[in-house]
Design a protein around this ligand. Structure first.
Ligand code: ZN
Length: 417
């Protein structure tokens, strides 16, 4: 497969997706991880992985002398970094960009979303997935955790250079027929080309039987899991006490917290990404930490609904791994992890640039089971390059996490393996 879509800002790009191709990417700076910056450095990419890290002129010259004649891209006065990782997106909602508002609250937004989505053709949804994937690549993201509600993402992403975990969404709102057909479908693994994950939508939309069955599928096939959890006070009120506006829609409540239901289904573990988590009890934060699950925060969605700051400091204090997601254009104005980092820094000034960069790389990689999110020999060569005027690690990290620097290129698996 050859990726021929124009790269952002006319940047250098790699067209070869031959697994054996050898490339060198070099730049003035190499941000190895949040704590280490190298100067006059590069990486050798082979078979989609980082084969070697080169620091200094002598190492670069030796690599250039390789008899296999590696293709070289010199990015000049830039910083080459691990690519950004968008741990939570709904690319099939890209078609709804700019059509919804968060002003009337979450319930009204969901109703408008379902109506707008049902008016879209499969082709419109597929075009949206392609456009969403293009936007992510253009803004430095090489890997996405995408929720597939409409069953169009796998086919599109299997042919796209963006690396993806496609979480197949499931919800039954207690309807037995829907549950049976979902289980028949999800019992079969997804085809080639994308990594499969599972997304029981949320504890208030997935009945206990379906939850339990999805837990068994996830364990049997060792699938990464993404679950919307504790996004609104309304869902917490209905789940725990059967009260609030959801009572009229959903009927009898389980009378228990969402996290308890997730645990009961065997779905709380290190391979689980909990999305949002805006209204946790102290005890729930402890259990998320103990389970080693990831909490994915979506700053753009938070901003869209005008919510008060998420309790990220409490998760951090408990040692929970925090990742970032763009969510979708139905509740965000862009699909750009640079903007998510900048919004987060503004809303949570106590988070350092190092911590925010970790959220957008290391924690995302962990949530999606895609390596370590740092530049290390043997890791996937998921790389991005940004223009920078910084001259030391702190200044460069400041620009990356708060300044939305220009993207010079994004290379999922070194350009595609
Ligand atoms: Zn979501």
């Amino acid at each position: 497969m050859v990726y021929e879509e124009p790269s952002p800002q006319g940047a250098p790009r790699l067209l070869s997706k031959t697994p054996t191709a050898v490339h060198i990417l070099r730049a003035r700076f190499l941000l190895i991880d949040p704590e280490h910056l190298a100067e006059n450095a590069g990486v050798v990419v082979e078979g989609g992985r980082i084969q070697r890290i080169l620091i200094g002129g002598a190492a670069l010259r030796r690599a250039q002398a390789d008899p296999r004649r590696p293709t070289e891209i010199d990015l000049g006065e830039a910083v080459l970094t691990p690519a950004l990782i968008d741990a939570h997106a709904h690319l099939d909602l890209t078609a709804l960009g700019g059509r919804l508002s968060g002003e009337k609250g979450f319930g009204a937004w969901v109703t408008a979303l379902l109506e707008a989505r049902s008016g879209c053709t499969r082709e419109q949804l597929a075009r949206g997935v392609r456009e969403g994937a293009r936007r992510l690549l253009a803004t430095g993201t090489a890997v996405v955790g995408d929720i597939d509600a409409c069953r169009v993402s796998p086919e599109v992403l299997a042919r796209h250079p963006l690396e993806a975990v496609v979480y197949r969404e499931a919800l039954d709102v207690g309807e037995a027929q829907r549950r049976r057909s979902l289980l028949a479908e999800l019992g079969q693994p997804l085809g080639e080309g994308v990594r499969e994950g599972l997304s029981p939508h949320a504890p208030f939309t997935v009945g206990p039987e379906l939850f339990g069955a999805l837990g068994r599928i996830a364990r049997d096939r060792n699938l990464p899991v993404a679950i919307h959890w504790s996004e609104t006070e309304e869902e917490v009120r209905w789940l725990t006490r059967g009260e609030g506006p959801l009572a009229a829609l959903l009927g009898d409540s389980p009378g228990r917290g969402g996290l308890e239901l997730i645990e009961e289904a065997g779905l709380l573990g290190p391979g689980t990404a909990l999305i949002h988590g805006n209204h946790p009890t102290p005890n729930e934060i402890e259990r998320v930490a103990q389970a080693g699950a990831t909490l994915v925060h979506c700053p753009g969605t938070h901003h869209f609904f005008g919510r008060s700051p998420a309790p990220l400091e409490r998760y951090r204090a408990a040692g929970v791994s925090l990742a970032l997601g763009t969510d979708s254009l139905a509740s965000n104005t862009d699909l750009d992890m640079r903007r998510e980092m900048a919004l987060l820094r503004r809303a949570h000034p106590g988070f350092s640039p190092e911590e925010v960069w970790t959220m957008a790389t290391v924690a995302g990689a962990r949530a999606l089971g895609r390596g370590e999110g740092i530049l290390r020999e043997g890791q996937w060569a998921d790389l991005a390059a940004f223009a920078t005027s910084g001259r030391d690690r702190r200044a460069i990290l400041e620009e990356l996490t708060a300044g939305s620097p220009q993207v010079l290129g994004t290379w999922p698996a070194g350009g595609g393996a």
